[in-house]
Design a protein around this ligand. Structure first.
Ligand SMILES: C[S@@+](CC[C@H](N)C(=O)[O-])C[C@H]1O[C@@H](n2cnc3c(N)ncnc32)[C@H](O)[C@@H]1O
Ligand SMILES: Nc1nc2[nH]cc(C(=O)O)c2c(=O)[nH]1
Ligand code: SF4
Ligand SMILES: [Mg+2]
Length: 214
C-alpha cells in the first residue's frame, strides 16, 4: 500500500511521558474524526484539533509507494548513521490519524532500521502489533476501540468525556493535557486542580509550544 504523509521533521517529543526525547515526526495526512477543513470543524466529531494534516504538501511530505521508501525517508532524519552508543533512534507516527495508514510492513521496516516506534492515536482503530510506545488520546463522541497501551493522554476538559470513565483502562500512564485554544490558561489551571485531587493523573504540557519548536 502507499502512504500519504503531510510532513516530516526532527524535533523533541513535546508531550506525554517521552517529552524531551529527540524523535523523527512523521505526520500522516487525513483523519477519521475531522476532514481538516475549517468549514467542517463545528460539525466534526473532534472540534479542537490544533494541527493541519490535509494533503501532502508540508515540509518533506509526499506520497511514498512502499514501506521501505517511507522508512528510508524517516531514517535519513536521524543525525547519526549508524546511531552512536546509548542512542535509540525514535520515530513518532502521528497525524491526522496514523492508524489509518500505519501497517505491519512499515512497523517491520522501521524496526529493521533500528528505530523504536511511538504512535499518537485517537484510539478509534485497533493498533497493529509491534508498536513500542502507544499513546491513545480519546475523543468525546468517538467510540474507543484501543483500550490498552503505554499512555492515555486526555485533552482536558472535554465536557462529554469524564476522566473518571477512563481510569480502569490498561495504560501505564494517565495524563491530562490542557486543551489549547481561547481558554488555554483556564484549562491549565483546571487540569492541575484535577490532578492534585485525582493523583492517578499527571499533567502533560505541550512543551514544544512553550519553546517554539515544531
Ligand atoms: C493532532 S493529534 C494527532 C494524533 C491523533 N489523531 C490523536 O488525536 O491522538 C496529536 C495530539 O494532539 C492532541 N491535541 C489536538 N488538539 C489539541 C489541542 N487543541 N490542545 C491540546 N492537545 C491537542 C491530540 O489529542 C493528540 O494527543
Ligand atoms: N514537538 C512535538 N511534539 C508532539 N507530540 C505530539 C505531537 C503531535 O502533533 O502529534 C507533537 C508535535 O506536533 N510536536
Ligand atoms: S483525532 Fe487527532 S488529528 Fe483528528 S481532528 Fe482530532 S486531534 Fe486532530
Ligand atoms: Mg502537534
Amino acid at each position: 500500500m502507499s502512504y500519504a504523509v503531510k510532513e516530516m521533521f526532527l524535533t523533541l517529543q513535546g508531550e506525554g511521558g517521552q517529552a524531551g526525547r529527540v524523535a523523527v515526526f512523521c505526520r500522516f495526512a487525513g483523519c477519521n474524526l475531522w476532514s481538516g477543513r475549517e468549514e467542517d470543524r463545528q460539525s466534526a466529531t473532534c472540534r479542537f484539533c490544533d494541527t493541519d494534516f490535509v494533503g501532502t504538501n508540508g515540509i518533506d511530505g509526499g506520497r511514498f509507494e512502499t514501506a521501505d521508501a517511507l522508512a528510508d525517508a524517516v531514517s535519513r532524519f536521524w543525525p547519526n548513521s549508524p546511531p552512536q552508543p546509548h542512542e535509540e533512534p525514535l520515530v513518532v507516527f502521528t497525524g491526522g490519524e496514523p492508524l489509518l495508514q500505519l501497517d505491519p510492513p512499515l512497523i517491520e521496516a522501521m524496526h529493521d532500521r533500528g528505530f523504536s516506534i511511538a504512535v499518537e492515536s485517537n484510539g478509534t482503530l485497533p493498533a497493529p502489533p509491534g508498536i513500542d510506545w502507544l499513546c491513545i488520546s480519546p475523543k468525546a463522541g468517538a467510540s474507543l476501540q484501543q483500550t490498552q497501551g503505554m499512555e492515555l493522554k486526555l485533552v482536558f476538559p472535554q465536557p462529554d468525556l469524564d476522566p473518571a470513565d477512563l481510569t480502569g483502562l490498561d495504560f501505564h500512564h494517565f495524563w491530562l493535557q490542557p486543551m489549547d485554544g481561547p481558554d488555554q490558561q483556564a484549562n491549565v489551571q483546571a487540569a492541575i486542580a484535577y490532578c492534585l485531587s485525582h493523583p492517578q493523573w499527571g499533567l502533560s504540557l505541550q512543551t514544544h509550544k512553550l519553546t517554539g519548536i515544531p
